[in-house]
Design a protein. Structure first.
Length: 68
């Protein structure tokens, strides 16, 4: 699924030290990538954090690697 991360990933200087966040929440791109790297599935992430969607996870991946 192609996702335009620019519509989902936000950067606010006063939130989480200016790190890129998902839809203005306090969940960072790094959080999402860390969970995936630790072996969590998309379904596990969504179960633990119901506010996160598949599109949010795809946007975090796209933000980390915008050329793909």
């Amino acid at each position: 699924m192609l996702v335009d991360y620019r519509q989902i990933i936000t950067i606010e200087p006063g939130k989480r030290g200016g790190k890129p966040c998902v839809r203005g929440m306090r969940i960072t791109v790094g959080d999402v990538l860390g969970w995936l790297a630790a072996g969590m599935s998309r379904d596990e992430i969504k179960s633990d954090f119901p506010e996160i969607t598949d599109e949010d996870i795809s946007a975090a991946l796209a933000f980390e690697n915008p050329s793909s």
